[in-house]
Design a protein around this ligand. Structure first.
Ligand code: FES
Length: 102
């Protein structure tokens, strides 16, 4: 396993998206219902930054064209043609959360 840290856990408040950069990519971290979710930070539709999107109870809405993505699994909720938002399994090490870059 190659642990890549993305953020200290203390920086992740419920429902507040946090952007992070690692390995030349951008990630979006969201604590949702007490669990940490990690997604690509760019919308799969046309690449707008989802850190500027709006959060509803169970979804993030892209400001670009209004596509909404599930915080549970990244699937697009209001456009059948849009691919899912890639998500990553969080890995915890000490007081940080990150991903396994294996
Ligand atoms: S860029 Fe996100 S909905 Fe179009």
């Amino acid at each position: 396993m190659q642990f890549v840290p993305l953020a200290p856990l203390r920086n992740l408040d419920e429902g507040v998206p946090v952007a992070a950069r690692a390995q030349g990519r951008e990630f979006l971290l969201i604590r949702y219902q007490g669990r940490i979710r990690i997604f690509d930070a760019r919308c799969p539709h046309a690449g707008q930054p989802l850190s500027r999107g709006t959060l509803a109870t169970d979804r993030v809405r892209c400001k670009g064209h209004g596509f909404e993505f599930s915080l549970a699994d990244g699937r697009c909720l209001n456009q059948s043609q849009c691919p899912a938002l890639p998500s990553y399994k969080p890995v915890f090490m000490g007081s940080s959360v990150g991903i396994d870059w294996a």
